[in-house]
Ligand binder design. Structure first.
Ligand SMILES: *Cc1c(COP(=O)(O)O)cnc(C)c1O
Length: 403
């Protein structure tokens, strides 16, 4: 499709149309190119391609046409110049850090980020001399106060897992740019269907494609969206040497997932809001964390930043008088489920329920968990596409028979 026509098209159209050129066979659904190598036209052309002076594929670790289609489609949805796909969300974060940071550099992150992100940046990269500070997600002044002369990167995730805390992307972009640093946003929970961080000033958008981009819980994937310059000069060289390449089959699943992303996100978010309202009125529930509810502390910011939609993940605390009782009650609710899945994944059309304190956040110390506000009575629900009445009834089984 030529660039001038592409510029006139809406995101919904690009979500189903943007891809590399069709093959001479004229397939309507994008082809899945399962190949690790490529046959070169001539020795001279091969030399040019390896030198980066001619467009074209050379080796599966460096690129693949199916993967390129996924990258182009996601970049179009995020409003980014370019995108680099990776094998998982965590490998996208590793690729970004290896590409942008060196020993002696400093990163500022929210203390409520995804557990593995805290581990990777706070512990694994610390071994290589990368410093980090973890600040309260919603406190803009704390982000500002954490800036040091060697700060190169601010890394935010909004809404967060599992408490759905929302940070102000535009405010963090200003802080980063005033300090000569870059802002990366993990856009896993909102997806470009609801939130486009680059339009708010973010330099990089990171994805775990494993979640809503696939949307049906099938394969792992990750991605970084950024300027063409960052992708070509900082990320591609690391991908080539470190090899966190996305498999073509997984890229193809992602490509197909993006076609229905918008309608899935809106339908699942509507289910989540209805479930949040029901839980908030339930006598066994102490508190509900759901950006779509007026009771959410950053409700107004979430509505403005996320196209008026709260997202499909919510969490709630069961009422209890001690951490031990809270854990027993949360386990009772989860063990009573007969339809919904007890699973730590999210972003599936099937509703998934989990106990963060003993699973996704189980590797954190008690102090880190408390700093992140994750209690023993907390249950996270990644709401899917089942009928809302059935979702409520399945949770009611445990909530109405608490020990
Ligand atoms: C799952 C997740 C990741 C990590 O992605 P993987 O694909 O599991 O490696 C990062 N950030 C958030 C918010 C996630 O939910």
């Amino acid at each position: 499709m030529d660039e001038s026509l592409k510029k006139t098209l809406h995101r919904d159209t690009l979500a189903v149309r943007e891809a590399v050129e069709r093959s001479p066979f004229g397939e309507n659904s994008e082809a899945l190119y399962l190949t690790s190598g490529y046959v070169q036209r001539s020795a001279e052309s091969a030399a040019q391609r390896f030198a980066g002076d001619e467009e074209g594929f050379t080796y599966g670790r460096y690129g693949n046409p199916t993967t390129a289609s996924f990258e182009q489609r996601l970049a179009a949805l995020e409003g980014a110049e370019a995108c680099m796909a990776t094998a998982s969300g965590m490998s996208a974060i590793l690729l970004m850090c290896l590409g942008l940071l060196k020993a002696g550099d400093h990163v500022v992150c929210s203390q409520s980020m995804f557990g593995s992100t805290i581990k990777l940046i706070g512990s694994d990269l610390a071994k290589f001399g990368v410093e980090s500070s973890f600040v309260p997600q919603t406190d803009v002044s704390a982000w500002k106060a954490a800036i040091k002369p060697n700060t190169r990167l601010l890394f935010a995730e909004t809404p967060t897992n599992p408490l759905t805390e929302v940070c102000d992307i535009a405010a963090l972009a200003d802080i980063a740019h005033n300090a000569g640093a870059q802002l990366c946003v993990d856009n896993c929970f909102a997806t470009p269907a609801l939130q486009r961080p680059m339009a708010l000033g973010a330099d990089i958008v990171m994805h775990s494609g494993t979640k809503y981009l696939d949307g049906q819980g099938r394969v792992m994937a990750g991605a970084l969206c950024a300027s063409q310059q960052l992708v070509t000069e900082k990320f591609l060289p690391v991908l080539k040497s470190a090899g966190m390449t996305l498999a073509p089959f997984n890229a193809w699943v992602m490509l197909k997932g993006l076609e229905t992303l918008d309608i899935r996100m809106r339908a699942q978010s509507a289910n989540a809001l209805a479930l949040g309202q029901w839980l908030e009125a339930h006598p066994a529930v102490a508190r509900v964390y759901c950006p779509g509810l007026a009771s959410h502390p950053q409700h107004a910011l979430a509505m403005q930043q996320q196209s008026g939609v709260g997202g499909a993940v919510l969490s709630f605390d069961v009422k209890a008088s001690s951490p031990e009782q809270a854990r027993a009650r949360a386990f009772h609710v989860l063990d009573a489920l007969r339809v919904l899945s007890l699973s730590t994944n999210l972003g599936d059309t099937k509703t998934l329920c989990a106990h963060p304190a003993s699973t996704s956040h189980g590797r954190l110390t008690e102090a880190q968990r408390q700093a992140a506000g994750i209690g023993q009575g907390l249950i996270r629900v990644a709401v899917g596409l089942e009928h809302i009445t059935d979702i409520q009834a399945d949770l009611a089984r445990g909530l109405e028979t608490l020990p």
